[in-house]
Design a protein around this ligand. Structure first.
Ligand code: PLP
Length: 378
């Protein structure tokens, strides 16, 4: 049986979501149609919007714009705020869906300042605020990192940014935080925040951008007037319904899920430390997501371990981004000051809300036995 320890990549939709979605299936007209089928679909989209609003603590007048995922939501924000010679502050550990739009913005004349994390992987407000100038239009700092799980203190960063320049738009990519810990958009001091549905049990290909009331952003995708005129095109109704169902499920079970993830992750880390010599866990002394463990295993190539584990039915991730067929070493660990050997010997194990301490212990045992075998063969 497969042991999925890669929840940060995608948290596959569960059986109950599939059943509920199937029941909704018949309602799916085009939400823009005036007839019954369209109006039912429209009502389903609006109901999902309210469920997501409740999950993330957005105010009644904040906008929630459904997108194709976190990638699109982040692209929307950068595109809207990088017109002309704007100044943008972000960090070197952001997901490529922030970094690449920023790179393009810089090529088109924007001025982009990227802040490095400390050696634990945190972006701290004291390193962000000195970068803010009177011309800064956007500050974009992720809420939790997908590779290390390290959480940034967004409230504190927002406060520091507002003090330095009250007109800058403050954005955060919260794709990894939503569904793992309780959060309250209205208290984070943010103007906008990105959500990814498939990171907390919705279908893939749906996400959202939360926009604080009064913040004006231009659409990335132009077309019909859907989504408050901020995202043209007929809505992904099924995906949107799935995000609403997942939001309700997560909200109702958040405390239990968080406890389970933490038990799984802690049991895993206890086990791996006991069984495998010469390892180190990134960011273990700072605030992290309850489910994520980024483990350096001396002398073991992450990609080799990944393949060996896959053959045993255990799914984990390396810190490498592989979009071109040639894995690139993690930009996150490199930004934390780690050398190439360490970066290439680091894996990420991330647990789901329905896994527990027993799964964590089993994961440590399987990984340690493969690591011992690989080390013996060297
Ligand atoms: N931002 C972060 C922090 C992520 O971890 C991911 C996906 O791994 C994304 C953005 C992109 O999300 P999506 O697949 O919804 O476009």
């Amino acid at each position: 049986m497969t042991l999925d320890l890669d929840a940060n990549a995608t948290y596959a939709a569960g059986d109950s979501l599939r059943e509920k979605l199937f029941a909704e299936w018949r309602k799916l007209g085009n939400p823009s149609s005036l007839h019954r089928g369209g109006q039912r679909a429209k009502a389903a989209v609006e109901s999902a919007r309210e469920k997501l609003r409740a999950l993330v603590g957005a105010g009644a007048r904040d906008q929630i714009v459904f997108t194709s995922g976190a990638t699109e939501a982040n692209n929307l924000v950068v595109a809207a705020l990088s017109v002309g010679a704007s100044h943008i502050v972000s960090s070197t550990i952001e997901h490529p869906c922030v970094l690449l739009p920023l790179k393009r913005a810089a090529n088109r004349g924007a001025s982009v300042t990227l802040v490095d994390p400390n050696s634990n992987g945190e972006i701290d407000s004291a390193s962000v605020s000195p970068q803010i100038t009177a011309t800064t239009k956007l500050v974009s700092i992720m809420a939790a990192n997908n590779e290390t799980g390290v959480i940034n203190d967004i409230e504190c960063i927002s406060r520091a940014v507002r003090t330095a320049n009250s007109g800058a738009v403050i954005h955060s990519d919260a794709a990894q935080l939503v569904g793992k810990l309780a959060l309250d958009f209205s208290k984070m001091g943010l103007d906008s925040m990105t959500i990814s549905g498939h990171k907390f049990g919705a279908l893939t290909g749906v996400g959202a951008l939360v926009i604080r009331e009064g913040v004006d952003l231009a659409p990335l995708i132009l077309g019909g007037p859907q989504e408050h005129k901020l995202r043209g095109g007929t809505e992904n109704v099924l995906g949107i319904i799935s995000i609403g169902i997942a939001a309700d499920e997560v909200r109702e079970g958040l405390a239990r899920r968080e406890r389970s993830m933490r038990e799984a992750r802690d049991a895993f880390e206890r086990g791996i430390k006991e069984l495998v010599p010469r390892i180190d866990i990134n960011g273990s002394s700072v605030n992290r997501l309850p489910n994520t463990s980024s483990v350096f295993i001396d002398g073991i190539r992450a990609d080799d371990l990944l393949v060996a584990l896959d053959l045993e039915g255990v799914l984990i991730s390396s810190g490498a981004a592989c979009s071109s067929g040639k894995p690139e070493p993690s930009h996150v660990l490199s930004a934390m000051g780690q050398d190439e050997d360490r970066v290439k010997s680091t894996v990420r194990v991330s647990f789901r809300g329905d896994q527990d301490g027993e799964v964590g212990t089993r994961a440590a045992r399987v990984i340690s036995s493969i690591v011992s075998r690989m080390r013996r063969l060297k």
